[in-house]
Design a protein around this ligand. Sequence first.
Ligand code: G3H
Ligand code: 13P
Ligand code: ZN
Length: 377
Amino acid sequence: MATILNKTNQFPENMKCAHELIIKAKNGEKGNSKGDTYALPAFNVTTYQGIEAAIEAFETLGSSGLIAFSNSACKHFGKGDALEGLEYIHEHVKFRASKSSVPIATHLDHGDNIGEHGRKVIRKAIETLTSVMADNSTDHANKCATSLDVNIEATKEVVDLAHPKGISVEGELGVLAGEEDEDTKSEISTYTDPEELKRFLHETGVLMLAPTIGTMHGPNKGKPGHKVKLNLELAHDCLEIANSINPDIIFVAHGASTLYQNVVDHALTSMKGLGINEKEIETWKNFVGTDWEQIKGLIQNGFCKINTDTENRQTYLSALLGAVNSNASKVDIRYYEKITYKALVDSYIQKLIMAGNYGVWHEPKIDVKNFKFDLTL
Ligand code: G3H
Ligand code: 13P
Ligand code: ZN
């Protein structure tokens, strides 16, 4: 028997389980009204500045807030110790959320219950965050897919620990190509098998699942000049299966970063101004994001959590290059911090608007229709 998610658990003030916020998006709920399905971007953050920028963006739009922390992000917060990092994150977000105008969920991205380190981190995350990913579809040490049996057993163990505490669990089926974590890269990639999906959902009891449908992590998701195509037919089949088992099941799209042309253009101009070598410039020119039309197709098929990291890293770096290019003798950390912070807030706002995640908890504080994301402004 699968362990059901305890929905009566009390989190710190203004903090919610990720599933509670994402299911509202699947059902199109905003305030007391019901409309179209929308999605929660799960923003991967790695610094306190990132946390603050994401929460400012959520508050600006009245959005449901979801911030994600990879294992390496936790290590970064803990100066090499992911467990300590989770404690810092917990204390910091708890305090910040208590002052927030919108609810915030915190999620461990690409946790696993296979290796010794992964097992420790995921258990600590169950104590410190409001949601965890148990990505047991890949054996990262041996660079191969795990068997379905191993994946189910390892994921169910996490569900049994997390669900009674009200912590949602995200599983993964199939293997995603690209860089999942600073420490783990995968060259292999497989699509989700619908029969395996049925068994996985029934036996683990997860309410959040990342089935592989062709997305990829990182800044090079396809050939430059070509649009990335996803398997939307498979996404649709997966949704029908999931809904027949439990309509509360939500899908997660990893590798959902698009690419903002204004961010690329700003970086290229700044790099040229700074005399940065051609090789770095070529790297920027070759970046390819996932096509937004394809992501919209996923959202319509129940992918209401869209994981977004790379595009915001690009925004940060582009803004920093621009700041240095225009004022390289400003000896003041605050000057560069203000510029990168504003760029991150705007990058987050842009994706929240695209995903339809605004006006959920209160009216947006800006005119959403006329918002312009432009690093040169
Ligand atoms: O999908 C994973 C994220 O992009 C995490 O990257 O480990 O470098 O923080 P990171
Ligand atoms: P991107 O590399 O497309 O930002 O994907 C991030 C991700 O899937 C985090 O889990
Ligand atoms: Zn991912």
